[in-house]
Design a protein around this ligand. Structure first.
Ligand code: ATP
Length: 302
């Protein structure tokens, strides 16, 4: 039995002229919180739709729990909880109606948990769905995705529309609880401080390609910012293939790298430079360095 919940191989998807996914290969291990990050239009939602069988692979393959979600929706969808980016809901229903309607689809539905979430989320059971605010729609969407206790919870931009308290306290707690129970969360986000806080593993998607996929602690350990003082002023930082991104001017440069300390020392000696400091950097800085057009010569090494 595979220990990967999701296995994607060479997945490609084109909409007319737009290449949304350009040969994506990605595995999501069982258990834990997997953060999929990328800018607007990077391909996150398209990738998620393939995992749900809502889009069929034009080429390449997608396996969820070892199954093809298009060929076997019964074997996959019943074990997945999904919060869509647009929070599609039946607008003509009331809150209590959409809860019992959704419950009917899932043998594993937990009514006690559903009621607890309804109270935690402060949702009036008699409220009309069409009158709910964006944040309330996100809350009911989250409730519906969670209450059948799925093996895989997929959240597309879960924080969008949620106020900071729900985002930080409730969503954070839910995500951690699921991971602690050995279940898996896959969520997309462009709120990188949030991803840094909750994810165990991240993948960066940029222009339909995976730039990096690795455990969070390794990503944070591997990337660092080095402040250099060069012996002479330059317009462009001397690239030797180990720098991801360089910013600066004259003699003072700030460079992001995944190189080892030895490799950095070696390059420093070769440049006749001085290292002013080596510091850890935030996930946001890592993301910018990885997708930056200013990236130097080098594809990622993590
Ligand atoms: P965002 O963070 O803005 O939601 P995303 O990373 O989720 O972006 P996608 O929605 O997957 O990105 O879109 C990837 C690319 O594919 C974009 O250029 C988008 O315009 C295009 N695209 C997605 N769905 C369709 C569609 N049904 N028809 C045409 N183009 C599409």
């Amino acid at each position: 039995m595979s220990e990967n919940i999701l296995e994607i191989q060479s997945l490609r998807r084109q909409f007319g002229e737009t290449i949304a996914l350009d040969g994506v290969s990605l595995t999501v291990p069982k258990g834990g919180v997997f953060g999929l990050i990328g800018g607007n239009g990077a391909g996150k939602t398209t990738l998620i739709k393939h995992t749900l069988g809502l889009l069929k692979a034009q080429s390449g393959s997608v396996r969820v729990f070892g199954l093809d979600p298009v060929a076997d929706p019964v074997g996959t969808l019943g074990r997945i909880g999904y919060l869509s980016e647009n929070r599609e809901l039946f607008d003509w229903m009331r809150v209590h109606q959409i809860i019992s309607y959704t419950a009917a689809f899932y043998p594993s539905w937990d009514p006690v948990y559903a009621e607890r979430l309804r109270r935690d989320f402060d949702l009036d059971p008699m409220a009309n769905i069409k009158t709910l605010s964006r944040g309330q729609r996100a809350r009911i969407g989250l409730l519906l995705a969670l209450a059948h206790r799925p093996d895989l919870l997929i959240l597309d931009e879960p924080s969008s529309g949620l106020d900071p308290v729900v985002r930080r306290d409730i969503l954070g707690a839910i995500i951690r609880t699921i991971a602690e129970e050995g279940r898996t969360v896959l969520f997309s986000s462009h709120l990188l401080d949030e991803v840094e806080r909750v994810a165990d593993h991240i993948a960066i998607l940029h222009q339909g390609k995976i730039q990096l996929s690795a455990p969070m602690d390794r990503v944070m350990l591997d990337h660092k910012r080095v402040q250099f003082r060069l012996p002479a002023e330059v317009d462009k930082f001397p690239g030797n293939g180990i720098w991801l991104q360089a910013e600066g001017s004259g003699k003072d440069w700030s460079v992001v790298t995944v190189a080892s300390t030895e490799a950095i020392q070696e390059a420093t000696v070769a440049m006749g430079a001085l290292i002013q400091s080596i510091e850890p950097i935030s996930l946001e800085d890592i993301f910018v360095a990885r997708i930056s057009a200013k990236g130097l010569e080098q594809e990622g090494r993590s």
